[in-house]
Design a protein around this ligand. Structure first.
Ligand SMILES: [Zn+2]
Length: 249
């Protein structure tokens, strides 16, 4: 049987560990828990990896986290050959925090890019080393100018926070959704609006992912490439910058 999980990461992006009880074991190494800090793949952000610690100190490695039949179900996929815990067993959860934190920095950078390039988004994928955002645009744009625009927001260190609104409020304000093809995270009765700047002065966008709490945490990033994908589509690749990239680190 699969059941509703308390998704602790929705209210605390910085929670890297918590306790939980096993509620179900699925075919193929899937583990369901009563609560979790493991983010499940969604909205272009990959799910968390890490390990579950048993009472005797042994570990169950988790290679992927994803949703089940709906968003109320979160399945932790264990590594091949990992021990199988018992239903009811108490575990301590540990996400791979360095990996998640890079994803949070990258994900926040994608939001900043949507401000620097105010065009409709047709797709996005957040990655540990590189993220991509596709825009519905035909304009030619200089990548160094975009990098400068991103780094300005990073250096100004604006707050990043979540505001919860109801599905009805979102339906009444369709203009706040920038994605053309990616539907906002509705169906939970409430939608998280990711706001950047005091009183959302920079941006607000419905998003169910995890983000850093200040733009400075994003660190040095740059646009590595802008690719033309069809007449009205541009793919931007964001990477963390090194001193060789000419961006102040
Ligand atoms: Zn987001």
């Amino acid at each position: 049987m699969t059941g509703t999980v308390t998704a602790l990461f929705r209210d605390d992006f910085y929670l890297s560990t918590c306790e939980a009880r096993v509620t179900a074991i699925l075919e193929g190494g899937g583990i369901e828990l009563d609560q979790t800090c493991f983010y499940a793949t969604s909205g272009g952000q990959p799910g968390d990896t890490g390990f579950l610690e048993r009472e005797d100190g042994s570990r169950i490695d988790i290679v992927e986290t994803r949703h089940g039949a709906n968003k109320d179900v979160i399945v932790h996929i264990s590594a091949d050959g990992a021990p199988v815990p018992a239903v009811g067993e108490k575990l301590v959860l540990h996400i791979d925090w360095p990996r998640r934190y890079r994803l949070m920095r990258m994900h926040t950078a994608c939001h900043l890019l949507s401000v620097v390039c105010p065009f409709p988004i047709t797709g996005a994928a957040v990655g540990e080393e590189e993220s991509r955002v596709d825009f519905d645009m035909s304009e030619t744009i200089d990548k160094d100018e975009v990098t400068a625009g991103l780094m300005k927001f990073v250096e100004e260190n604006h707050p990043v926070y979540v505001q919860w609104i109801t599905d009805e409020e979102l339906a009444a304000n369709p203009g706040i959704v920038k994605s053309k093809n990616v539907r906002p995270p509705m169906g939970l009765g409430r939608v998280s609006l990711v706001c950047i700047g005091e009183n959302s002065s920079i941006d607000s966008q419905p998003c169910g992912g995890t983000h850093v709490s200040e733009t400075q945490e994003v660190g040095a990033i740059h646009i590595a490439k802008i690719e033309k994908k069809g007449k009205e589509n541009r793919r931007f690749r964001i990477r963390f910058a090194t001193p060789e990239d000419g961006v102040a680190v």
